[in-house]
Design a protein around this ligand. Structure first.
Ligand SMILES: Cc1cc2nc3c(=O)[nH]c(=O)nc-3n(C[C@H](O)[C@H](O)[C@H](O)COP(=O)(O)O)c2cc1C
Length: 256
């Protein structure tokens, strides 16, 4: 249920940017204005506010100044705060040289005991990423994730986001910090991708399915015993155009 998101109809210009950016169809255009469907589950990701050029999205409990945070002047801070998941990609695939530059850069991320045991399997081409979907649906049906099929039927591909490229991060189970090492490198790679003008979305469903389903591991040639700890879906954004930095929950800090 979506309870917090709203639309200031006096401001809404009916451009549909919020509709294009909403991952789960909470927003639609009705009579030329954005409208909220309260029956749809809302992720509260605020992509709608990030995309709205008229700042017409409202949020229960937040003032306009809080919802639309200032754009940071510092380049690195701006990169971090404007990185957002993209779930609609152009079909053309980034080339290997660009992906190699990004993954070589990600190796500069810290690694416990300086082990750097991360391995990357890069799936290139939309027909190859599409071919993974039936396997993930089968895994989802068997593992209590029937929503994946329902979402796909509505045109919401939360599995591969129709990305033309998927970077699968895996690491030998014996590594000192298997999950952390890959996650840190992958988060670094995501920022480098954004800096290069690309976009990404973490593929948690795809990751879990690859980790668990032998036919997917075989298809991707994941070495036996390697833990699949991250998937990044990568390409150029097709629909999402993020123009604002919306509110995000402040850090929950205990100062000692
Ligand atoms: C570990 C992890 C797994 C995720 N898995 C998925 C996924 O399978 N499908 C998807 O569409 N988004 C996935 N996401 C994206 C989150 O939904 C997204 O990060 C969140 O809604 C916040 O939006 P933002 O990335 O734009 O800040 C995942 C993110 C993380 C960090």
């Amino acid at each position: 249920m979506s309870k917090k998101v709203g639309v200031d109809l006096a401001r809404c210009v009916g451009c549909g940017a919020c509709v294009a950016a909403c991952p789960l169809g909470v927003l639609s255009l009705e009579e030329g204005k954005a409208a909220v469907n309260p029956r749809r589950h809302c992720l509260e990701c605020l992509h709608c506010a990030a995309a709205c050029p008229a700042r017409a999205i409202t949020w229960e409990g937040l003032t306009e100044g809080e919802l639309y945070a200032p754009m940071p002047e510092d380049e690195v801070e701006r990169l971090v705060r404007t990185r957002r998941s993209t779930r609609h990609f152009r079909p053309d695939c980034p080339d290997r040289a660009l992906l190699r530059r990004v993954l070589d850069g990600a190796e500069y991320a810290p690694s416990g005991k300086n082990e750097h045991l991360n391995r990357w399997t890069v799936v290139l081409g939309k027909e190859k990423t599409d071919a993974l979907i039936p396997h993930v649906l089968a895994w989802g049906e068997a593992n209590g994730r029937p929503e994946l099929k329902i979402q796909l039927g509505r045109g919401q591909n939360m599995i591969t986001c129709n990305a033309p490229c998927a970077i699968v991060g895996h690491i030998p189970a014996g590594a000192s910090n298997p999950e952390l090492d890959v996650a840190i490198a992958m988060a670094t790679a995501e920022l480098l991708l954004c800096r290069a003008g690309l976009s990404a979305c973490w593929g948690g469903y795809l990751r879990r399915a690859i980790q668990a389903a032998p036919e997917l591991r075989q298809l991707l040639d994941i070495p036996e015993g390697n833990v699949v700890t991250g998937v990044l879906l990568v390409g150029w954004a097709d629909r999402e155009r993020y123009v604002n930095v919306p509110w995000r929950k402040p850090a929950d800090i205990t100062w000692v």
